[in-house]
Design a binder for this molecule. Structure first.
Ligand code: ITT
Length: 198
């Protein structure tokens, strides 16, 4: 099994990536320095790819300092709501903390258009090169919170292609993986790695 260090503080993302990569012969481990997730600066105003690149660069510097040689995975995602011009987008993590799922539902209370999408950008640093993969999952914001699985916005997001009105929060990990932006982004990185014979 090849080690893949995933730089993330989000346990839900770590669990999904581990589930995805295990059958491919990668052991995903959380990227920790002295037992802690290192402080990473995320350039918030830029797109997901810029955020992923900045994280990879900081992770590389940390590994170099520690004298560790391993593949690195980072992944950035967000929820982009059509009628809110893509809000919360790259601010998804802090907006969730500030206004919660109920705040998002309130913002949409008078809106007919409940279209939204999750976007993810994954980046893997291996053998001196960065490889990117992107994934989008279209769907609708539900009328209320449903289900307790997953994390973040899962209880209010119904993916296109799923049973009508079923949120990610009502799906198990394998069901979510059939639709998820994260699985698509990781899949596209994997295809690139396979093509390079890695
Ligand atoms: P990192 O340490 O990996 O950066 P994070 O929680 O900051 O973890 P992101 O910036 O990638 O993660 O994602 C921003 C937020 O978007 C995240 O905190 C969730 O609230 C939400 N999000 C991303 N992917 C999601 C998913 O699959 N389901 C539900 N919410 C998701």
């Amino acid at each position: 099994m090849e080690r893949l260090l995933f730089l993330t503080g989000n346990a839900g993302k770590l669990a999904e990536a581990s589930h995805f990569f295990a059958p491919l012969g990668y052991q995903v481990e959380q990227f920790l320095i002295d037992g802690k997730v290192p402080e990473i600066i995320e350039p918030q105003a830029d797109g997901l790819r810029a955020v992923a690149t900045a994280k990879i660069q900081q992770a590389r510097n940390l590994l170099e300092t520690e004298g560790i040689n391993a593949a690195i995975l980072v992944e950035d995602a967000g929820l982009f709501i059509d009628t809110l011009n893509g809000f919360p987008g790259v601010y998804s993590a802090s907006v969730l903390q500030q206004i919660g799922l109920s705040g998002i539902l309130q913002l949409l209370a008078q809106k007919d258009n409940r279209g939204a999408e999750f976007r993810a950008c994954a980046a893997i640093f291996v053998n001196g090169e960065i490889h990117f993969g992107e994934g989008i999952c279209r769907g609708l914001i539900s009328l209320d919170e449903q289900g307790e699985n997953g994390f973040g916005y899962d209880p209010i997001f119904c993916p296109e292609g799923g049973s009508k009105g079923t949120t990610f929060g009502q799906m198990n990990r394998a069901e979510k993986e059939q639709f998820s932006h994260r699985a698509k982004a990781l899949e596209s990185v994997k295809i690139e790695l396979d093509a390079l014979g890695r």
